[in-house]
Design a protein around this ligand. Sequence first.
Ligand SMILES: Cc1cc2nc3c(=O)[nH]c(=O)nc-3n(C[C@H](O)[C@H](O)[C@H](O)COP(=O)(O)OP(=O)(O)OC[C@H]3O[C@@H](n4cnc5c(N)ncnc54)[C@H](O)[C@@H]3O)c2cc1C
Length: 418
Amino acid sequence: MGSPASSRVEQIQTKCCIVGAGPAGMMLGFLLARASVDAVVLEKHGDFLRDFRGDTIHPSTLQVMHELGLLEEFLKRPHNELRELDGQIGDERVTIADFSHLPTQCKFIAFMPQWDFLNFIAEQGKRYPTFHLMMETEGTDLIEEGGGVVGVHAQSRRGPLEIRADLVVATDGRHSAMRARAGFEIMDLGAPMDVLWMRISRKPGDPVQSLGHVEAGCFLITLDRGDYWQCAFLIRKGSFAEFQRRGMEAFHRELVKLAPYLSDRIEELKDWKQVSLLSVTVDRLRTWCCRGLLCIGDSAHAMSPIGGVGINLAIQDAIATANALAMRLREGNVDLEALREVQRRREFPTRMTQGIQLFIQNRFISRVLSGNQRLRLPLFLKLARRWPILRRIPARVVGIGFRPEHVRTPEALPAHSS
Ligand SMILES: Cc1cc2nc3c(=O)[nH]c(=O)nc-3n(C[C@H](O)[C@H](O)[C@H](O)COP(=O)(O)OP(=O)(O)OC[C@H]3O[C@@H](n4cnc5c(N)ncnc54)[C@H](O)[C@@H]3O)c2cc1C
């Protein structure tokens, strides 16, 4: 990375400019730097401390950590291990997925707040001299020349920046400014729900993490974050104002109906300011790339929270991108065909995963949230109760996914000791 300080707009030259330091961007920056490719990762926020980013680190991601020799160190961070995925549907408690038979090093989902995961990758990245993470630096526009993208305009606290790169990778999430600037066509696949996101304290004696509590008309997911429950309450898309109109007490009743153990502390929720509305989007780009620019992660395909697989998919995209492009970036020959290759490789798992998410959204979640049909156990769960071996199927889809990626990039330079 070079940066002549003379002009007012700071100029930076790099091999790969990655816009957005979520799971996709951080993993890609780390893998490229590890393979001795100069990479600049831009993150518009000053830290990773936004609590609505999901907590799940899947067996396939843990497998990648193992392949990178980082698993032991990673699992020293506080986390919970979920070996079975249970749900409470009406009066029936069911096991949906059993991870204990997966052909992976870790046969569980690790629950760890995403900021801990991203901080861990940032620490590992800093061991390589070609890793440059620029916090509080927002990619504002693409630099286009000769019919292709050749860099990014950005704004940091120090002032404007012009980052010139052989390749720009947009990992700026589902509201990606970079994909909008490129004018890529977005296929909106639809989502019938939004999520209300709030914390309620956790006490000894509370049930172990179960994840889903479902009743006709409502759906609650509870994530164990040590001394509090991170609660995700699914509502019909656009119905938040209705809940607010009905009032906080009515909302308390809905929550306690699903999780009675919260009744002695539900009053902690006093104000709607404690409840964030997270809008769910499911979409996919028709084309993920043009000359000099590639979109991956949610920027290429916004995922529904169903199955908690978005982080996993974003990381898998990053691995496939590094595998396909690291050597080409080093040699300076990334052409459009190489970028299309990444889309071809990752489009299949994306389509399959989104297809399953849409099926569950339309066949189960929509019915539950409409509240006017008697709640019945889905056929698959009835069968899985009878033949537990069937629980291995959702475990495989959620825990590993389709076409799992393995790190093929070499560790080209010895790392600094951290
Ligand atoms: C309500 C909800 C709950 C979810 N829960 C889960 C879950 O439990 N498990 C799971 O696996 N998935 C979950 N998902 C999906 C998951 O959050 C995403 O699929 C995943 O985070 C995508 O990772 P990413 O790196 O592509 O993008 P993101 O995680 O969105 O990261 C994008 C990053 O880019 C930064 N950025 C944005 N614009 C710019 C810019 N112009 N310049 C610089 N930086 C920028 C952002 O600040 C952010 O840090 C959930 C989604 C929703 C909507």
